[in-house]
Design a protein. Structure first.
Length: 401
């Protein structure tokens, strides 16, 4: 049995800047594939960095998500429940709740949304072009596209979207907002969706929220109203925040790889595999929320994990494992197979993975077709990046064409 190093490291690791990968992941994967880390809240935990070990932690039922909600569990956020209701449950509760919305996000159902997503992308870029260059791609395109899609899907009024965005930012904060500010945003958002649910009961609608209310009411006693409110909140946050950041991140990377950008523009068939490679390559976050608690003793990497101990399994580290991905630090859109874990693994695999894929494919495809001379409007050193958030990405991305 191997013995991990005695040194505990602070986690999440400080990102090196822009979209560079934290070097600690590669070093630990090679030298200390399971190590001890200190979290901002709750003390110490284990960290695994190899692909197969990450999959094991995320997929093995002996590792619990629900147990991470204990007030004393190691975590990156002040609130144990800050990662969403679905991510806070284990089967059978997780299964019961997830199946109420899973049908909306199947590959077939999501593909039916492609014309509407395409239309929204075209309209946003038309407005951006009409306003003239330079433009902030984040504010004009990367953010409003997924916000419009998920809000239209849920049935959220257009006038409310700015404040929902503000609340979402506070909920995804690690250090950017004070704990009291995040807690207030969580309560405001819950109150908002509770009122929206009540309105749907008085006046039924055909949108996703209306369908969820009908499902809830038919399942009397099995589904609680507070679960409906939290699930709706989580769908709104997850349905736009990560995708918006990824649209901006992927565009920024393509601007730095003009040959690849030209290839995508001239051969649209490359778009889908390119999106998969970009999802693998981009370290969207530290992976700090990929935590599980062992419910019984488990041997992992030659170390005995005791029941009750927390293990962090960051997918960003797994996606750069050279034992799975040849030359993992190279952006290779011809990579095949590409079994990345950008959407997680196991029963908590991202519910909206197919929608995110579709939005990225459409967003990049329409952008490169309509703006063939797209280029940065400022030096890359002038681009400000998000800090103190779970998700990485540029705050603004000034472009011209």
């Amino acid at each position: 049995m191997t013995t991990p190093g005695r040194q505990s490291r602070d986690f999440p690791f400080a990102p090196p800047g822009e979209l560079d990968m934290e070097p600690d992941f590669a070093r630990l994967r090679q030298e200390e594939p399971i190590s001890r880390v200190r979290l901002p809240y709750g003390g110490e935990a284990w960290l695994v960095t190899r692909y197969q070990d990450v999959k094991t932690v995320l997929g093995d039922p002996r590792f619990s998500r629900a147990a991470t909600q204990h007030a004393g569990a190691p975590r990156i956020q002040p609130d144990p429940a800050g990662e969403g209701v679905l991510m806070s449950l284990d089967p059978p509760d997780h299964t019961r709740l997830r199946k109420t919305v899973a049908g909306v996000f199947t590959k077939r159902r999501v593909e039916e949304l492609r014309p509407a997503v395409q239309r929204t992308a075209e309209e946003l870029l038309e407005a951006m072009q009409a306003s003239g260059a330079p433009a902030d791609l984040v504010a004009s395109y990367a953010l409003p596209l997924p916000v419009t899609v998920i809000c239209d899907l849920l049935g959220v009024p257009g006038d409310d979207r700015d404040r929902l965005r503000s609340w979402s930012d506070a909920l995804l904060s690690t250090t950017a907002c004070a704990p009291a500010e995040s807690a207030a945003a969580a309560q405001d958002m819950a109150d908002y969706f509770a009122a929206l649910v009540s309105r749907r009961r008085r006046r039924p609608t055909d949108d996703l929220l209306g369908a969820l209310v009908r499902t809830w009411d038919r399942a009397q006693g099995r589904l609680r109203d507070e679960e409906l409110v939290l699930l709706t909140r989580d769908l709104l946050i997850a349905g736009h925040e990560t995708t918006a950041s990824q649209i901006a991140n992927c565009t920024w990377l393509l601007l730095r790889h003009p040959r690849l950008m030209h290839r995508l523009r001239t051969d649209p068939s490359v778009t889908a595999p390119a999106v998969e490679e970009l999802l693998r390559f981009v370290p969207l976050g530290s992976g700090g929320f990929r935590a599980r608690v062992a419910t019984e003793p488990v041997e992992l990497c030659g170390v005995r994990i005791r029941a009750g101990e927390t293990v962090f399994a960051p997918t960003v580290a797994a996606n750069r494992d050279p034992d799975v991905f040849a030359d993992p630090g190279r952006l290779d859109v011809d990579r095949s197979p590409n079994p990345h874990l950008a959407f997680g693994h196991g029963v908590h695999h991202c519910l909206g993975a197919q929608l995110a894929r579709l939005e990225l494919q459409v967003a990049l495809g329409v952008l490169l077709r309509r703006l063939p001379r797209l280029r940065p409007a400022v030096d890359e050193k002038e681009i400000a990046w998000k800090t103190g958030m779970q998700i990485r990405g540029p705050k603004a991305l000034p472009v011209t064409w």
